[in-house]
Design a binder for this molecule. Structure first.
Ligand SMILES: Nc1nc2c(ncn2[C@@H]2O[C@H](COP(=O)(O)OP(=O)(O)O)[C@@H](O)[C@H]2O)c(=O)[nH]1
Ligand SMILES: [Mg+2]
Length: 195
């Protein structure tokens, strides 16, 4: 299991081109606004390093955190709050697309989905898109599992796995207040970091 001994805020970027080159790997957190990305980062780091908010769609920056002096967590802006366009790509800020498409250091996507929601066309589009990026691993996290009963959790896991066509074993149920999922997630991270 990965131990996060040190976590520090590095920098925020608005422009993809301004992100410096380096030889460390990056793990990016992706998900709809308000799904719990920043809370997850804070939870695994054991301190409030990322800004959380109950107002959806606020963060429009790419935030970098340097972990254990060895790799970066990247908190990406959320998607899904622009109702102006039917084209899912247009709801997705250009800078995130650039980052995901061009960033050589990006090794893993941590894809967060609210356990209470059935994935929509946008989530499915992203899942299929990530699969096409060579060498990219995806970890699926179902967030806010404390909001459901045990039986509802099981039903939702099955529905989400069917909608997105992913194995049950590739998804981690997470709850910050109930402290579930953290050990499993850190075990997966350990594997990724050490290979
Ligand atoms: N009940 C519950 N609330 C959560 C959990 N994780 C995040 N939240 C809440 O969801 C809201 C959005 O969280 P945030 O981390 O800012 O989402 P982000 O927009 O994806 O970064 C905040 O009010 C959090 O407190 C969780 O595991 N359980
Ligand atoms: Mg956030």
């Amino acid at each position: 299991m990965l131990k996060i001994k040190k976590s520090e805020f590095y920098k925020s970027f608005i422009d993809y081109k301004k992100i410096p080159e380096h030889n460390k790997i990056e793990l990016a957190f992706v998900g709809r606004s308000n799904v719990g990305k920043s809370s997850l980062i804070n939870d695994v780091c054991g301190r409030k390093i990322a800004m959380t908010s109950s107002t959806p769609g606020k963060t429009q920056l790419i935030n970098f955190f340097f972990i254990n002096n060895s790799f970066y967590f990247v908190d990406l802006p959320g998607y899904g709050y622009s109702k102006s366009s039917k084209d899912v790509r247009k709801k997705w800020p250009k800078m995130i697309e650039d980052y995901l498409v061009y960033r050589k250091q990006l090794k893993t996507i941590i894809f967060l989905l609210d356990i209470r929601r059935i994935p929509n066309e946008h989530d499915i589009f992203l899942k299929e898109w990530f699969e096409k990026i060579e060498g990219l691993k995806v970890i699926y996290i179902l967030t806010k599992s404390d909001k459901l009963s045990k039986s509802d959790i099981n039903n939702q896991i099955k529905k989400i796995s069917a909608h997105l066509n992913i194995n049950l074993s590739d998804m981690i149920c997470y709850s910050v207040p109930k402290k579930t999922g953290k050990a499993e997630f850190l075990k997966k991270l350990e594997k990724i970091i050490s290979t």
